[in-house]
Design a protein around this ligand. Sequence first.
Ligand code: DAH
Length: 346
Amino acid sequence: MKELLAKIKIQALEEIGKAQNQDKLYQTQVKYLGRKGELTLIMHGLKDLSPEEKPAAGKMCNEIKVAMEAAFDQKRDQLSASEINSKLNDAWIDVTAPGTPYKTGHIHPLSQVQQEVENIFSAMGFAIMDGPEVESEYFNFESLNVPSWHPARDMQDTFFVNQEADKKHGKLVLRTQTSPVQIRTMQKYGAPLRIIVPGRVFRNEATDARHEHTFNQVEGLLIDKDISLAHLKGVMEEFLTRLFGKPTKIRFRPGYFPFVEPGLEMDMSCLLCGEKGCRVCKHTGWLEFMGAGMVHPNVLKAGGIDPKQYQGWAFGFGLTRLVMMRYGIDDIRLLHGGNLRFLEQF
Ligand code: DAH
């Protein structure tokens, strides 16, 4: 009996020691201490022993049972600790490992050039203004000295919003130019004034490589006392020289725009050929850059400014055209086409 118990004890402790997971350990426990376990059966048999053998055997059984239970408890704790550890190991993150690179976007070429234009003009004391893209006929045309009967309305093909006309402000249109912000700013701030207005404009055009229904302009307006076109010449020469990073000349030609008198077209010297003449400037040495002129007295009046006290000049150039010129882009549709292979080049 004694030997049998000792053997079971050794065997059980050995198996407990070898158990590699909770399942195995549980099976071992059932094998020895379960209802039909080896030790349990021996303990059930104690009653058949002789009165002399019984106490010693009983005592030994109990000791073995206590020792086994302690061994099971200890092993169980050990296993669960190492299971937690291995779970933690699986979940371990190497915070020093290099990350997975992901694609970031960048600023659109139109916006890049717009920011440069804004920086140069801000440095010259101009404020940056904004205005609504859906505009009234009044601000887009009337207030800019283009009455509804005026043939100059035909210069720009306009998108109209399908809505009843307002008595004073007429119909709503998608603004065809940034010029209406001249009036809005004059009405809001009065004179003197020094602003530029970058913004989107819309024309009802059939699209091709040189025409889009949506493009970007920059309007300029300077109003003060004793202002002449000489100031415009100085400002524009300085602006273009800073923008292109090399000395740029400008010239004025007569031009007609209803909101200025006199009106003019401004050309810039061709930077590609240095005025020698090339394909880009059509062998003239000059590139058309913008429309400008002295603000018409009617426009000042519409803006609430007294033309007897103040005068000034205004200009408007195509930001889209400037970007195309700068980067040699030959199709305007690329700029709003959303093609990444195109955009990633800038
Ligand atoms: N608004 C004109 C256009 O879209 C451009 C322009 C010409 C603006 C002369 C001006 C200006 O302020 O004085 O064609």
